[in-house]
Ligand binder design. Sequence first.
Ligand SMILES: *Cc1c(COP(=O)(O)O)cnc(C)c1O
Length: 240
Amino acid sequence: MVRPFFTHRRPLCHNVNVPGDSLPSRLAQVRERIASACARCGRSPESVRLLAVTKLFGPDVIREAYALGLRDFGENYVQEMERKAPAITDLAEAHFHLIGHLQNNKSKKAAELFSAIDTVDNAKLASRLNAEGKPIDVMIEVKLSSEAAKSGAAPGYLPELVHAIGACPNLRLTGLMTVPPWSEDPEQSRPYFARLRGLAEDFGLSELSMGMSNDLEAAIEEGATWVRVGTALFGRRPKP
Ligand SMILES: *Cc1c(COP(=O)(O)O)cnc(C)c1O
């Protein structure tokens, strides 16, 4: 997915890559945004967890974030994680979530490298992950838009997929995840967030991974329990 990065900037909120703008200050700003959004809708800030999205950044960035107390990291690519993992084995309390599309043939590596897979979207993949014999937290990625480039399970497939995951003793289904079409205007994401919350309620699932740097407030107002934040914490991503 190609994102027009520069339209993504809003003054005060994500003044990324400004000299002197450090990870500690960006982290404080993100926590402040989470706290204000929670305050506006009467939620406790502890009810929203921050997944630090470190894709395309090196192990040094993960290490710096860990030193500041971050423990949950999101990565998009199995191969990239495989390259970084040897450099961060000492970060004992770090949990890595796979938030990018997982091809069935990479399930073995993914089960080794990640403690959570947030993008399960088919029963075959679930059964392959289960067969690795390791306890893994999973979320179902739901595709709520008609964009051809997006992955995820169609809402109509959820009953079957939830059932299939339920039959996998090594998988713990915690919730649903979605990525709405990118828009500069966070209000455009809100209907997708509301829809995901409704689906999670239908299936009795408690975790909702939704909201990124530009729309985390709307996501929190609609019930997000995880926000996945890259740019607002780490600045513009390096080119792959
Ligand atoms: C890259 C990515 C993010 C982080 O996006 P930012 O806009 O940089 O915060 C969140 N979720 C997914 C699935 C991503 O691929």
